[in-house]
Design a protein around this ligand. Structure first.
Ligand code: NAD
Length: 475
């Protein structure tokens, strides 16, 4: 049974050639750099070993697609203001991990998980804990909430500096139903103490649902696969924040492929970011945020995999344009980039190609190139007789598609889509109504495969730089 945002019914889009009110503003990564974190460079992140290879199946993209898609209805009403008001009822206890932008919003984008939780759960929401080493930041966001109509959800929220502190001092009378994890990825996805949140979490709370932001880690890919295995055997319901999968236009693309029994022949992703206002120094430093492929293009690598299926990681080829090459000079870098070690400065362009296990070909061009604010992002899916072109999924998602019998592109837009609300709503439904009650479109294991692809692209591009003997020392 599907819930409010995802009924079973399927059909044609409500607005073909209509207008779009979905305003997803700018892509996530402008502000996604974890500011509080200092961690070692991960240039040694290796291709997956035998452990991780266990996670790679021989499923076809269509099999993966139909499994993942369940019965997602592109007609479903996903805007928060179009939902029925949440009903009163028993408390739903949430522990929020990270008092930063993704959980509490910023003016840089539409993300704000707490706002969606409030609208999903209404008076039932009780945020029983907020875990953040920065008590100041945590108290500031709570202060704002307590001055608003959602006071009841936050009036008794206790701030804890660490997860361990929460476990030790929590009120056992308020067991958490869900953890909402938006801490920097440097502090999760690993086995090492202090970065092993998932491990500690499932040991202490085997029945709690868990939401985890992308990317799943900044650590070794193998360790992230080990965490995937741990989560799987623990059995907690887990959802990862690749929210673009929840876009109705994305689900419409899935529907076209499925209904026409199409095999994807190629995916072609293009992500041209506007860098002029990206003023977080850490974002420009690979030793801090792992670089723009692992941190930013991850959303498009994920969408590519969502359509193309499993990637043969050994097939990945990549080139980059680096800051020390003549064509790599940028005139409006808004941070003192010279303070970053030369070998840790980010590439300006990364172009990669790969094979999917189906034989299909994938490609990605990521560029740090535009001025102004708006990014230019597109994903093409090519199949026999069909071209599906997803344009601007962050701001104003539109699907242009061409099918047999017509040389013209049809245009699909949906009113008031909110993929962030859908991912929040669906996880809550799974926790409350049981697994499978609404589609969870990004599992932890699947998200680790995206993480592995992004590292493989980064590593392959850097290998090429070294092969050409052009990079600075230690590159
Ligand atoms: N899906 C999206 O569109 C999207 C958008 C923005 C951010 N994100 C992701 O969300 C995550 C957080 O990003 P952000 O922009 O909110 O960062 P941020 O820097 O704004 O906030 C991070 C918060 O976590 C706190 N923190 C640091 N270490 C912690 C720990 N060990 N435990 C708990 N809290 C800790 C910091 O003090 C800070 O308050 C990143 O993984 C990022 O990629 C995703």
């Amino acid at each position: 049974m599907m819930r409010a945002s995802l009924p079973l019914r399927r059909g044609m889009p409500t607005s073909v050639l209509g207008s779009v009110s979905a305003n997803l503003a700018r892509p996530s990564s402008v502000l996604a750099a974890p500011s509080a974190s200092k961690f070692t460079s991960l240039q040694s992140n290796k291709a997956p070993s035998n452990l991780s290879k266990r996670f790679y199946s021989s499923k076809t993209p269509n099999e993966i697609a139909s499994e993942a898609q369940a019965d997602f209805d592109p007609h479903a009403i996903t805007a928060m203001d179009k939902q029925s008001p949440p009903e009163p009822g028993a408390d739903f206890n949430v522990v929020i991990v990270g008092a930063g932008n993704i959980n509490f919003g910023s003016d840089e984008g539409p993300w704000n998980h707490s706002f969606r939780l409030e609208h999903k759960l209404g008076p039932r929401l009780k945020v029983v804990g907020l875990i953040d080493p920065s008590a100041d930041r945590a108290e500031k966001v709570l202060d704002v909430k307590r001055k608003s109509f959602v006071l009841s959800a936050y009036k008794d929220t206790i701030v804890y500096p660490t997860f361990a502190d929460y476990v030790r001092n929590r009120d056992p009378a308020k067991p958490p139903h869900a953890f909402w994890v938006g801490s920097p990825p440097a502090f999760r996805g690993r086995e090492e103490s202090g970065r092993d949140l998932e491990k500690a979490l499932v040991e202490a709370f085997p029945n709690a649902g868990i939401f985890i932001e992308k990317p799943v880690s900044t650590g070794p890919v193998d360790e992230a696969f080990a965490i995937a295995e741990r989560l799987k055997s623990a059995g907690n319901i887990v959802s990862v924040g690749y929210m673009l999968r929840y876009l109705k236009v994305v689900q419409k693309m899935k529907q076209i492929l499925e209904e026409n029994n199409l095999k994807v022949m190629a995916t072609n992703a293009r992500y041209i970011m506007a860098y002029e206002h990206t003023a977080k120094l850490d974002w420009w430093d690979k030793s801090q945020t792992c670089g723009p492929i692992v941190e930013q293009a991850t959303h498009f690598c994920d969408l590519s995999r969502y359509f193309g299926g499993e990637v043969d990681l050994d097939s990945v080829l990549a080139h980059s344009l680096e800051h020390f090459e003549p064509a790599g000079h940028l005139r409006r870098v808004p941070v003192p980039e010279e303070t970053i070690a030369p070998e840790q400065r980010i590439p300006r362009i990364t172009c990669a190609t790969w094979k999917y296990t189906s034989g299909a070909v994938g490609s990605l061009t990521h560029a740090v190139a535009l001025h102004g604010y708006n990014y230019s992002t597109e994903l093409d899916i090519i199949a026999d007789g069909h071209s599906l072109r997803l344009v601007d999924p962050y701001n104003a998602p539109v699907l242009y598609f061409r099918r047999p019998g017509d040389d013209h592109e049809e245009v699909v837009r949906y009113q008031s889509d909110d993929p962030f609300f859908s991912e929040v709503s669906n996880l809550i439904d799974n926790i409350e109504l049981g697994p499978g009650s609404a589609p969870i479109l990004s599992s932890y294991e699947d998200a680790v495969k995206t993480y592995a692809l992004t590292w493989q692209i980064r590593n392959r591009s850097e290998e090429q730089v070294r092969k050409l003997g052009k990079g600075p020392a230690n590159f």
